[in-house]
Design a protein around this ligand. Structure first.
Ligand SMILES: Nc1ncnc2c1ncn2[C@@H]1O[C@H](COP(=O)(O)OP(=O)(O)OP(=O)(O)O)[C@@H](O)[C@H]1O
Ligand SMILES: [Mg+2]
Length: 217
């Protein structure tokens, strides 16, 4: 079943940077895809388009077969709920809220049952139980990144788009997290698209999309 389809997507930023030059790609349910390429090759840009967080300058992105470009911002936000969760390269946590609230507030907004129990379980797995009441600014980079991962996991989405999700986490911890991703992929059918330049992650991917200067190799 088709989950995401990117059709001849171009992205030209307002300053004229051509970040994507005609990328086409299909993601099916149950895929675990790696998007790889050097810094600046367009990985984050592609993931943003795939999640409907930004629009292509040309071309179209279909999410669950629905073209995203005609949708209004509010329609898109509603449509994304429970379908896509995004792990941002730079986290974007709710700064005024605690670690625990960063998960429970999202879960409540999405209508997920027993948010606190689920949040505590996820945060325990992510080894953050001793940081529940801390605010993001009181955490290390890797801890903030783990909160961002927790927020995606509690959303129980069909697809997780993860932008360098373990870039600030040591390899042992990162591998544990990827093993959980693999389990969720195999057992719950959650589709993953992961942008990374970490070659150690290659064994987790079913398929690798290589980007260079905004083009697929
Ligand atoms: N808002 C923006 N305005 C102008 N140029 C941008 C903008 N965002 C990204 N770019 C440029 O677009 C290109 C692709 O950027 P992108 O962030 O997608 O790369 P990336 O592959 O994710 O890199 P990294 O591995 O460093 O995260 C780069 O040349 C970058 O400088
Ligand atoms: Mg990036």
């Amino acid at each position: 079943m088709e989950v995401i389809r990117v059709e001849n997507a171009w992205k030209v930023y307002p300053d004229g940077t051509r970040a994507l030059k005609g990328v086409s790609l299909e993601v099916n349910r149950g895929d675990f895809i790696g998007v790889m390429g050097p810094s600046g090759s367009g990985k984050s840009t592609l993931l943003h388009l795939m999640g409907g967080l930004d629009k292509p300058s040309e071309g179209e992105v279909y999410l669950f077969k629905k073209p995203l470009s005609p949708m209004r911002e509010d329609e898109l936000a509603e449509f994304r709920k429970r379908r896509v969760a995004y792990i941002f390269q730079f986290y974007y946590l709710l700064e005024d809220f605690s670690v625990l609230e960063n998960l429970t507030l999202i879960a409540q907004m999405l209508g997920i049952e027993s948010p606190e129990d689920k949040a505590l379980k996820i945060l325990e797995f992510l080894r953050l139980s001793h940081r529940l009441e801390h605010k993001p600014y009181q955490l290390s980079g890797g801890e903030q990144q783990r909160v961002a991962i927790g927020r995606a996991l509690i959303s129980e989405p069909a697809v997780i788009l993860a932008d360098e999700p373990t870039g600030n986490i040591d390899w042992e911890e990162g591998r544990r997290i990827f093993e959980l991703f693999r389990k969720l992929n195999e057992e719950e059918g959650i589709t993953f698209v992961v942008a990374t330049h970490n070659p150690d992650l290659k064994p987790f991917f079913h398929r690798i999309v290589n980007l260079k200067d905004g083009e697929m190799l």
